[in-house]
Design a protein around this ligand. Structure first.
Ligand SMILES: CC(C)(COP(=O)(O)OP(=O)(O)OC[C@H]1O[C@@H](n2cnc3c(N)ncnc32)[C@H](O)[C@@H]1OP(=O)(O)O)[C@@H](O)C(=O)NCCC(=O)NCCS
Length: 142
C-alpha cells in the first residue's frame, strides 16, 4: 500500500453518511446515543477543527472524533479500516487531535475503551496511554 495516497481532512457534517457507513463496517466501533446526523453535526460545530478523517481516494479509511469541555479532552470512534492497519494512520489521527487540544490549553485527554475490546486496550497501552484502574465510568440517559 502506497502511503502517499492517503490524505487527511478535518471531519465535517457532510461526511456523516460515509463516516457512519465506515463505523458500521468497522469492528470495535459501537454506535450509540450521539451518533445521529444532528448530534454529529453539533458535536463538530462545538469542537471545531479537532476531528479528522483519513481517505484514500473517495474511501474513508480512518476517523477520530475529538472534543473538549474546557477541562479534559475526549476521543471517540478512533478507527482504521482493517486493510490499512499498522501504517501509523491512527497515530497520525491522534497526533492531529492532540495538537489542537494542546493549542487550546487542554492538559489531559481521556477515552473509553470497551472492556471486551482487548485489541483497543493493547493499542492504547502500546501508545503509552495510562489505563485508569482507579476510575469507574457512570452514565445516565437524559
Ligand atoms: C486500534 C486501531 C485504531 C489502530 O489503528 P492503526 O492505524 O493500525 O494503528 P497505528 O498503525 O497508528 O499503530 C500505532 C502503534 O500501535 C501499534 N498497534 C497497532 N494496533 C495495535 C494493537 N491492536 N495492539 C497493540 N499495538 C498496536 C502499532 O504497531 C504501532 O506501534 P509503534 O508505534 O510501536 O510502531 C485499529 O486497530 C482499529 O481501528 N481497531 C478497531 C476499532 C477500535 O477498536 N478502535 C479503538 C476504540 S477505543
Amino acid at each position: 500500500m502506497d502511503k502517499r495516497e492517503l490524505k487527511y481532512f478535518e471531519m465535517r457534517k457532510g461526511h456523516f453518511g460515509l463516516v457512519k457507513e465506515f463505523w458500521e463496517r468497522t469492528d470495535g466501533i459501537k454506535l450509540t446515543v450521539g451518533d445521529t446526523e444532528d448530534e454529529f453535526g453539533s458535536y463538530l460545530k462545538r469542537n471545531k477543527g479537532m476531528s479528522f478523517i483519513c481517505k484514500e481516494g473517495r474511501m474513508i479509511i480512518g476517523t477520530i472524533l475529538c472534543g473538549h469541555d474546557g477541562r479534559r479532552g475526549f476521543i471517540y470512534h478512533l478507527a482504521v479500516d482493517k486493510n490499512y492497519r499498522n501504517m501509523s494512520i491512527a497515530k497520525t489521527l491522534i497526533g492531529k487531535s492532540i495538537k489542537v487540544l494542546r493549542s487550546q490549553g487542554i492538559k489531559r485527554c481521556m477515552l473509553m475503551a470497551d472492556n471486551i475490546n482487548e485489541s483497543a486496550k493493547s493499542f492504547w497501552t502500546n501508545m503509552k496511554w495510562r489505563k485508569r484502574d482507579d476510575l469507574q465510568m457512570f452514565s445516565i440517559d437524559l
